[in-house]
Design a protein around this ligand. Structure first.
Ligand code: MG
Length: 335
């Protein structure tokens, strides 16, 4: 096998603001893995919060000697990368799955034995913005079945009043660590009247007991994202949260994601699969795991204007997996 990488620059439809940060472009890394005349694709969308960059991930991946690696031995190949480099592992893991499917001539969902018809409906994310802008974005998205509203800027009630004035579908919240435990408990009691499905990461990561405090007081179920990066993060959250948000780049790819789904299920937790701002390569891989999850937040391609690939498609928010071999992702013809 031979591996090369190239940076992707993705432009956002709207400036994307969450409780911590704001951005207009997203940089991800495309991985090309070649073996016996077959080219497979992977992607990594390194997360600044964990000091990851596309440069570092590219360096980790390009220094690998895969000339004698066995492409069917996923764990052995992934074991060539340190466990604490999940972003690099993610790029390689996706490419290995894509390669295996392409060499067998079957879609990855068949390789995994999951039913593509059971792929979930995704939420569509509305970032933090002025009330006027939030109303406009909600109006634009009003036909979609599920919205995920980013909160944590101090205008929570006004924001939800504005959203609910034009939207009757399912609403999820994500505070991205924006509140203290006391604020979260009070806030979630107040926001209950807006009919909220769940709230993601109300408080700063790293305090399971504080999460338990919030969960015991909140009428709205609590999911965690920043608190749950990898498999070993799940057990300490037992009893403290209602569920976890798995992202492939956070955990290191599809293989680790599947392990996390089973671990969370064994502890009675709900499972969501999410994404960063990333192209159809990573989001199609995430979509392939949604038949195994309760919820999906796989809207990356909907948030960008220049996705270089086609893969997962959206039918009123329902994820449709492509039927082609491997991940089923193909280059989008230039406009
Ligand atoms: Mg989140």
């Amino acid at each position: 096998m031979q591996l090369t990488t190239e940076p992707l620059t993705l432009h956002l439809r709207h400036t994307f603001t969450i409780a911590r940060s704001s951005e207009d472009i997203a940089n991800t890394l495309l991985v090309r893995l070649r073996c016996d005349g077959v080219e497979a694709l992977g992607e990594s969308s390194p997360i600044m919060r964990y000091d990851e960059t596309t440069e570092r991930v590219a360096r980790e991946l390009e220094q690998l000697d895969l000339s004698r690696a066995n492409p069917w031995a996923f764990d052995e190949v992934l074991g060539l990368l340190p466990r604490d480099e999940p972003a690099a592992r993610c790029g390689l893991d996706l490419a290995l799955h894509d390669l295996a499917g392409k060499r067998l001539g079957i879609p990855v969902y068949q390789l995994l034995g999951v039913d593509p018809a059971a792929a979930k409906q995704t939420s569509f994310t509305i970032g933090i913005a002025s009330l006027e802008h939030t109303m406009a974005k909600t109006h634009e998205a009003r036909h979609l079945p599920i919205l995920k509203i980013k909160l944590g800027n101090g205008h929570e009630v006004e924001t939800l009043e504005a959203v609910r004035s034009v939207y009757t579908g399912t609403i999820r919240l994500d505070a991205n660590e924006g509140w203290t435990a006391e604020q979260a408990a009070d806030m979630l009691k107040e926001l209950r009247r807006f009919d909220i499905e769940f709230c993601e990461q109300p408080i700063a990561a790293g305090s399971p007991e504080q999460l338990r405090y919030v969960r015991e007081r909140s009428p709205i179920p609590i999911m965690v994202d920043e608190d749950c990066r990898r498999l070993e993060d799940i057990a300490p959250l037992y009893g403290c949260v209602d569920g976890i948000n798995i992202k492939l780049v956070k955990c290191g790819g599809m293989r680790e994601g599947i392990r996390m789904i089973h671990a969370a299920r064994a502890l009675g937790m709900k499972v969501m699969i999410g994404c960063m701002i990333e192209s159809s390569v990573l989001c199609t891989a995430a979509a392939h795991l949604t038949p195994l999850t309760d919820y999906a937040d796989v809207d990356g391609p909907l948030l960008i204007t220049d996705d270089p690939f086609s893969g997962v498609s959206y039918e009123n928010g329902r994820l449709r997996l492509p039927a082609g071999p491997g991940l089923g992702v193909t280059p989008r013809p230039a406009p």
